[in-house]
Design a protein around this ligand. Sequence first.
Ligand code: GAP
Length: 461
Amino acid sequence: MVKKVISNNQEKMEKIVALCKRKGFIFPACEIYGGFANAYSYGPYGVELKNNIKKLWWHKFIDSREDMVGLDGPILLHPKLWEASGHLDGFNDAMIDCKECKMRYRADNLISEVLGIDLEGKLAEMTKVIQEQIKCPNCGKKKWTEARYFNMMFKTEMNGIEGPVYLRPETAGAIFVDFKNVIDSCRVRIPFGIGQIGKAFRNEIVARNFIFRIREFEQMEIEYFISPETNWEPLFNEWLELQEEFALELGARREDLRRYEHSKEKLSHYSRKTIDIEYNFPFGFAELFGLAHRGDFDLSQHQKFSGQDLQYLDHTTGKKYLPHVLEPTFGVDRCVLLALSAAYSEEDLADGEKRVVLKFPVKIAPIKAAVFPLLKNKSELVVKAKEIFDDLKDEIKCEFDDNGNIGKRYRRQDEIGTPYCITVDFDTLQNNDVTVRDRDTMRQERIKIPELKHWLIDKLK
Ligand code: GAP
């Protein structure tokens, strides 16, 4: 078999988007109404993939560590929280409109894409550079408005609350406001972390690149609390490595990961260090995860705005202090896009056929095994295959498929990334064994039915 190199990355992206729709991974939302503002639904295989990624994360960062606990906070939080965190005043992106064709752009992105320079945060300069040097990529005219800031939080209202409330633009806020509850109710000792998975909402000026930048997305965030006296650099590096390790577990190749450190001038005033981990998506390197040292900014702001004492009491020294925090943050949808991009491959087979295969790591594959009777119209084969399927399905996510010839069924499972296909044939009835075909090597071996479940569980570890 020959692995085809897909040279045109735009083409690869289009193929992934098409496969996602065709095979039930990701659909454009509300298509029957003409679609809706770059929103997507995760279909039957997409939701399995996404849940497996979240499970892997929760296991790695919460369940398997003694210094981590979980939380599930609300999406609608007290509006004061966003005042304290700085989101009400500062969670802005700069936008600019073309007066001719009415297209809207994120000003800093437009400049960096066309001129390769970074003017983020410099509003007047952005206006000047765009008005003087950049033509609208849509209509080719140079008729721009001024660049202006736009707050990205979605507003809504709530019965009994005066003024707007906001859909959270990140999950982190919910962790900080429950910090005191966690230290009062659980036996946690610094250093420890609180992790959370949940939806976040940002009214992005331009949503694009499929599920890379969307307005409703999911995050997996950790606030890791440390003493202000901790030598934090080694810990910071450990978190970076763990984040990269997680990307590798999703299927990323090491050479497709790189680090981007925020320069001192771009760093938030409270942050000692911020590094983005970037992945080489089909459209190029872009932020996958982030890691920031946020000092005690969040807890001290919430202490100030709430009037509550949020200090931590160190029982061994008797000292009270506001902890500092390291924040490793992960985007779920970007993990899904990484998994799809890394797994997608096209192969020319020896018999002249082609196959598209998603080579997911087994832990995140939506379906782990498919069970086939060789022929649909031979009831003894169908009954035996159903028996095997029923025996496996409680412990292993399986599919039963008796539709079309075996070759077609293999291709179907390859396209959704199923690691193992199990075929019941006439020898099965004689020898009590089945053929198991490996997705990646396409090699087949006979496994005795009584050993099959354990054999699979072992392979799927
Ligand atoms: N609490 C820190 C924080 O929210 P961020 O870099 O703004 O930091 C964290 O977001 C992660 O959330 C990003 O690294 C990315 O993976 C994901 N993310 C951010 N905006 C997104 C969007 N519009 N669509 C999809 N994922 C997004």
